[in-house]
Design a protein around this ligand. Structure first.
Ligand code: NAD
Length: 270
């Protein structure tokens, strides 16, 4: 679909690891919508190489940056401005990692070094990205900044572990920084709370398949795919949503407002 909604817009997309990544789909859709952007990921993810294929397809470059390293982020913003030939109009933060999840630590017995690392990568990095953008003065007036979240920020999903706390912090940072950036430069900051999606990060959560099927049966529209999430991101980057800020926007096929569905009732029948 070519609607040119992002014609002339410049962006930075974090977090495309492989073709399943939500950020990968966002890059493809943003490119099709006429945007130019740089791609970025942690140095270790770059070594896996797949992101270069995406860069080629989107006629762009990859700039490595560890989201926990402030200097990396400042360099990313200044280099992106240089490469793209102007200030940045949109940013996607699509980053998540929990060592407690990875190592199978139970929430009630978490390792606090893992917890700190997880919060730093998954949530505080969002603050760091915006601070780096401010300090380098590389964002345009009215820019749109997005991060991806999950409903475990509001409701308990036991196996989501400390990522739930990270997402709650991430959404709070979106509101707090959103206020200041809105006042300063009419910049919008929002989070999109996405359905369970089969990706490297998603599938790391214990019991992911049951989790996925349950959400699919609960949601009147079914689970939202990564591709449809990318469509929503494009709309949020566009000028059509210039008065939306400091929101957590559910993109979940109706899951968040459904108490119970007939499909689940049928499943529960003896
Ligand atoms: N998959 C799901 O079910 C789901 C649901 C809701 C929200 N989300 C969120 O979507 C976002 C993207 O995840 P995904 O599902 O596409 O999985 P993914 O594994 O493809 O993406 C996660 C990305 O984070 C990057 N990353 C990790 N540490 C980093 C660091 N230090 N610096 C820079 N980048 C780093 C990884 O390299 C990877 O590209 C995450 O915030 C995730 O929590 C995912």
């Amino acid at each position: 679909m070519s609607h040119n909604l992002l014609h002339g817009k410049r962006g930075i997309i974090f977090g495309a690891l492989d073709p399943n990544s939500i950020a990968w789909h966002v890059a493809e859709k943003a490119y099709a919508a006429g945007a130019t952007f740089t791609l970025t990921n942690a140095p270790i993810a770059l070594r896996m190489g797949q992101i270069n294929e995406l860069a080629k397809a989107c006629n762009t470059e990859v700039i490595g940056a560890d989201a926990t390293n402030y200097d990396d982020l400042k360099t990313l913003f200044t280099k992106s401005e240089e490469l793209l030939g102007g200030k940045i109009d949109f940013v996607l933060h699509s980053i998540g990692m929990s060592l407690n999840v990875r190592k199978g630590r139970h929430y009630t017995d978490m390792d606090y070094d893992f917890f700190h690392k997880g919060l730093d990568i998954s949530a505080i990095s969002f603050h760091r990205v915006m601070k780096a953008a401010l300090e380098t003065n590389t964002l345009s007036e009215g820019a749109s900044i997005l991060a991806l979240s999950y409903i475990a920020a509001q409701r308990v999903f036991p196996d989501y572990n400390d990522m739930a706390d990270a997402k709650a912090l991430l959404e709070s940072i979106a509101r707090s920084f959103g206020y200041h950036l809105g006042k300063a430069k009419k910049i919008r900051v929002n989070t999109i709370s996405q359905s369970p999606t089969r990706t490297t990060a998603g599938s790391g959560v214990k019991g992911f398949d049951s989790f996925f099927d349950y959400a699919d049966k609960m949601s009147p529209l079914g689970n939202a795919s990564a591709e449809s999430c990318a469509d929503y991101c494009v709309v949020m980057f566009s000028d059509l949503t210039r008065m939306v800020t400091m929101q957590n926007l559910f993109h979940d096929g109706g899951f968040s407002y459904t108490g119970i569905s007939q499909d689940i009732v049928d499943k529960m029948q003896p």
